[in-house]
Design a protein around this ligand. Sequence first.
Ligand SMILES: [Zn+2]
Length: 168
Amino acid sequence: MFLELFPYLSALLIEEVERQPGRVVFRTRVRAATAVCSCGESSARVHGRYIRRLRDVAAGGLGVVIELRVRRFRCENARCPAVTFAEQIAGLTTPHSRYTPLLRGMLTQIELALAGRAGARVAAAVGISVGRDTLLRMVRAVPEPDIGEVEALGVDDFAFRKGRHYGT
Ligand SMILES: [Zn+2]
């Protein structure tokens, strides 16, 4: 029943569902024991974990937040420039997004039909609070800047490369 409503969460284990004022939070982690680096190498060596939050379309009039305990793996391919990589979930996460593809698609449609403030008002009416600037960025398909609340304990877009460390 649950996965019929949320088929795109099938790769996740939902460990807890918390009802908060105006929204529901799914606390999840990925079922798979391994993840595949962008170089194609599979790894089971977990290097660290952090929390990532994705907003999803509203359900039952409540905003939905998918809280994902993301693992960072060590790539064991000696020729790969990445030392570590964060797992991504096909159909659900992309490296910088804070919205599920479903919510992003819905908000883009709202913004295309009703630009700016009107779009933000309609989104709020269906249980999604989003700023008009964010809506505008979606339509322009510009990557969202990493500003605003700090939601992750680690960062999945750090460029750790062998011999050159940008992060601390
Ligand atoms: Zn790799």
